[in-house]
Ligand binder design. Structure first.
Ligand SMILES: CC(C)(COP(=O)(O)OP(=O)(O)OC[C@H]1O[C@@H](n2cnc3c(N)ncnc32)[C@H](O)[C@@H]1OP(=O)(O)O)[C@@H](O)C(=O)NCCC(=O)NCCS
Length: 197
């Protein structure tokens, strides 16, 4: 990938609007909204991190994200409701591999806002940024065994399961199995043209 595209996107993360959401930088003012979901055990059950034990932990995470924004690194957008700007989750790129022109997507939604299609809307917007602004060749997701909601979401945006790596990640003291889901640029364009036909 031409790394100018990478720097252009992440040096000043753009605001992206969808039908019901605003994808924007996560700000210190989002502290309580983020803590509200990050402290729930159910939210991080299939993630690398553990529930936030106190508000200071969430503050630390927001500070980390702000550093990522300043360093122009690949990062997460905050997902806010258009109606009241409340932060309900995050979605973005966990990593970008410039040489192979691919990225890993990650997403987290507050429990309270599940089952309404919000994350599908956010993931479609982030995929659009990946393929159309970064010019990626492929976007992938690593989904831990048992995370059926995430698998359904990945499938609903056109990703396909490519393979499973057994006991491949040591997380929270246990070896975990995960599957790779991915969508190539070709698949993406095909899905988009079918959708627009
Ligand atoms: C993975 C996760 C984001 C999925 O959340 P979700 O609410 O199921 O996903 P969406 O916001 O896209 O909503 C889809 C659901 O809303 C329903 N829905 C309702 N209104 C809808 C609408 N207008 N448009 C689309 N779907 C709609 C869909 O039918 C679907 O329900 P179903 O799963 O019962 O079929 C969520 O479970 C989560 O944050 N988990 C914790 C973090 C995590 O594990 N992240 C993944 C790491 S790999």
């Amino acid at each position: 990938m031409d790394d100018r595209k990478y720097r252009k996107l992440f040096s000043d993360l753009p605001i992206i609007t969808t039908d019901r959401l605003i994808l924007r930088k996560i700000m210190p003012e989002d502290l309580y909204d983020m803590y509200e979901y990050a402290c729930e055990p159910e939210v991080s059950r299939f993630l690398l991190w553990s529930p936030h034990l106190n508000i200071a932990e969430t503050r630390g995470h927001i500070e980390y994200l702000q550093k990522q924004y300043r360093k122009s690194c690949c990062t997460d957008w905050g997902i806010a409701l258009k109606t009241n700007n409340k932060l309900i989750g995050t979605c973005g790129f966990a990593s970008v591999d410039l040489h192979n022109n691919k990225a890993e997507i990650g997403y987290v939604l507050s429990n309270k806002y599940r089952g309404r299609g919000y994350m599908r809307e956010a993931v479609m917007a982030v995929m659009d940024a990946g393929f159309n602004r970064l010019g990626l060749n492929r976007i992938e997701a690593r989904i831990l065994e048992g995370n059926r909601d995430s698998e359904k979401l990945a499938e609903s945006v056109g990703m396909v399961r490519e393979g499973t790596l057994r006991r491949a990640l040591f997380i929270k003291g246990v070896y975990k199995t995960f599957s790779y889901y991915a969508i190539t640029e070709e698949d993406y364009r095909e899905t988009q043209s079918l959708h627009n036909a």
